[in-house]
Design a protein around this ligand. Sequence first.
Ligand code: AKB
Length: 320
Amino acid sequence: MRKESILITGAGGQIGTVLTKALQEKYGAENVLATDLREIKLPNTRTDTLNVLDKDRMTELVVENRVTQIYHLAAILSAKGEEKPRFTWNINMEGLFNVLDIARDHKVEKIFHPSSIAAFGPDTPRENTPQVTPATPTTVYGISKMAGEFWGNYYFLRYGVDIRSLRYPGIIGHRSLPGGGTTDYAVHIYHSAVKGEDFEVFLSENTSLPMIYMDDAIRATLELMEAPKEKITIRDSYNLAGMTFSPAEIVASIKREFPEFKATYKSNPLRQSIAESWPKSIDDSKATEDWGWQPNYDLEKMTKDMIMNLRKKYSLKQSA
Ligand code: AKB
């Protein structure tokens, strides 16, 4: 059996930072190479810079490291992507094509490529969104995710590339910060609450969206990638759910810990329109059926864990 050797793209981002650590714990730090466009500083980690548009460099890294699994996280997210649509399309699609071609040509055993709830759109049923349903994404990020799902499935069918994917909801965690997304407020709000600051939410108070705690998102990723090949019946992307809440509900949950916390709502027109085109809740029963998916965190449990960890983080910073 070949020793596992892991390459991560976009490892300096919100998910990448945490997934890198989880993969190091599983496969050994020496077997994980964390790459990003910019230099990344992660303790005890093998890192390299990699522009995902540079296919030659990506090939070199895969060949030199005898890579067996690629986790392709590099992408520009929903709100940021709207600033430069063609640029976003190029990064999100050409980066993926490079990964898919290299996986096919160099016999990389498994690929993880995240999709998102952004792959859905205004014609999608918003409550309990089914696994297979009309998807008419309206952001360039969402279009690239939906196209990426189809291409992943194509490379599986045509070339046998073992690609696996999850439609991540908004991800909330205390170890890293998001950037450029529509769901980002749900991370920043906890930081403000713990620091004793007021917070202005960029969505209206009743805009419910599907969300997931980082610990659940990472565990789902590892469980999907570990599942026996014959259990994976979906090669475009699995629906994945954790919880659903609106800004008013997360504020109420934080107020149970910090009664003095104050939030105001000022919806940003772009982010509000994106959020309103996305589902409110997701049916992830196919992931449960195929590889046993079960989330561990609801809003209350997540709020307690976020606050406990951020309290530690900020008190450590103050005493450093
Ligand atoms: C975003 O808001 O763009 C992302 C996502 C839901 O994919 N967090």
